[in-house]
Design a protein around this ligand. Structure first.
Ligand code: PLP
Length: 396
């Protein structure tokens, strides 16, 4: 057999300003290079307990069941849904973009009936529609909704939804993958029952874990199941026995280095303070959007509901948006995202998540986009975007 000639790992140094992963702090990278402990080592079990307390603080919850699921954000989505749904159940799913549709797909795979509330991409769902659907559909097990829809840049208001669901005997499941650590997430104040996130967005940790918190009400629903959870790996009943203090029963080997990384990234989040972090995301996204507006880019998300962690803007008319993204990567080592589904070829998605949300990154990406547009003869006055951003910064 031939030994493949694989060179030493030396990837280019990119500035990650796409929809994730985001930039990772050197402290987190160092944590990942720390020697391993066994996954049942008493010191490792302590580290897990620390991570649980940190996660409760960022989720703003008292839920005892707060863990990091092994796997990326989609694993958290799947864990929330497969544990709560049984064949024959009904679930209302707000489908306002890619990730709402992914939830509906998983609902169907659980053998449950997905009642999709379709929302035009970039808009948010009026809670009155959810209330109507709950009244109309009879017995509904849960309502699933995305807080920060990364495919459109829209931020869905969640406050009040938990109470609305509970009045009708339904649970509330919320995707906070692109909001946790960047945009206010209030698990207890929302009365949300299952909330998951991902490590590689506003928490600025590599992809690989999915924070998940379940309310006591959600755990009761899991306990009351008539059937086994279809997924052995994501069965929270089994996983809980590994995370629960005093139990610590082997289920699967925890990804040790990822837990180290998450612990360090959460230390950074909490050192900065949640409110300061949210304000930082708002400040830099306002400057970015002002700069993009000077280039003729208008936001896809409806006014008043624009995410600060991810800006989705329409590329200026007549511009080859893919050529601009390729030029950013080739000439500037900057990654931004393109559109998904119906927005493919029409929008740019620029993430300012966690470590990526910095003034130098905003100015760099604006200057780079302007230069790429100039190549297509589509740039306005040179420096227009950067000066619009600087004016926005001067106001804050
Ligand atoms: C990125 C993302 C996910 C999926 O996370 P992966 O880490 O890619 O599995 C789910 N929901 C939303 C809103 C996301 O932005």
């Amino acid at each position: 057999m031939n030994v493949p000639a694989v060179s030493e790992l030396a990837p280019p140094t990119r500035l990650l300003l796409g929809p994730g992963p985001s930039m990772v702090h050197p402290r987190v990278l160092r944590a990942m290079a720390t020697p391993l402990l066994g996954h049942l080592d008493p010191r490792f079990l302590e580290l897990m307990t620390e991570v649980q307390a940190q996660l409760r603080a960022v989720f703003r919850t008292e839920n005892p069941f707060t863990i990091a699921v092994s796997g990326t954000g989609s694993a958290g989505m799947e864990a929330a849904l497969v544990n709560l749904l049984e064949p024959g159940d009904a679930a209302i799913v707000v489908a306002a973009g890619v990730f709402g549709n992914r939830m509906a797909d998983i609902v169907g795979r659980c053998g449950a009936r997905a009642v999709k509330l379709e929302v035009p991409w970039g808009q948010v769902c009026d809670p009155a529609r959810i209330e109507e659907a709950l009244a109309r559909e009879g017995k509904v097990k849960l309502v699933a909704i995305v807080h920060a829809e990364t495919s459109t840049g829209a931020e869905q208001p969640i406050a009040g939804l938990g109470e609305l669901c509970h009045r009708r005997g339904a649970l509330l499941v919320v995707d906070t993958v692109t909001s946790l650590g960047g945009v206010p997430v209030e698990v207890d104040a929302w009365e949300a029952d299952a909330v998951y996130s991902g490590t590689q967005k506003c928490l600025s940790c590599p992809p690989g874990l999915s924070p998940l918190t379940l309310s006591p009400r959600a755990l009761e629903a899991v306990k009351a199941r008539r059937t086994k959870v279809q997924s052995w790996y994501l069965d929270v009943g089994l996983v809980a026995d590994y995370w629960a203090e005093g139990k610590r029963v082997y289920h699967h080997t925890a990804p040790i280095s990822m837990i180290y990384a998450l612990r360090e990234s959460l230390r950074l989040v909490l050192e900065e303070g949640l409110e300061a972090r949210f304000a930082r995301h708002r400040r830099h996204s306002a400057a970015l959007v002002a700069g993009l507006a000077a280039l003729g880019c208008t936001p896809q998300a409806q006014e008043g509901h624009r995410l600060s962690s991810l800006s989705c803007v329409r590329a200026p008319a007549g511009v080859d948006e893919g050529a601009v993204r390729r030029a950013l990567l080739a000439d500037h080592d900057i990654e931004i995202g393109g559109g998904l589904g119906p927005l493919a070829g029409r929008v740019w998605r620029i993430g300012l998540m966690g470590e990526s949300a910095r003034q130098e990154n905003v100015l760099a990406v604006l200057a780079a986009i302007e230069q790429a547009l100039a190549k297509q003869g589509k740039a306005p006055r040179p420096g227009a975007a950067v000066s619009a951003a600087l004016e926005a910064y001067a106001k804050t």
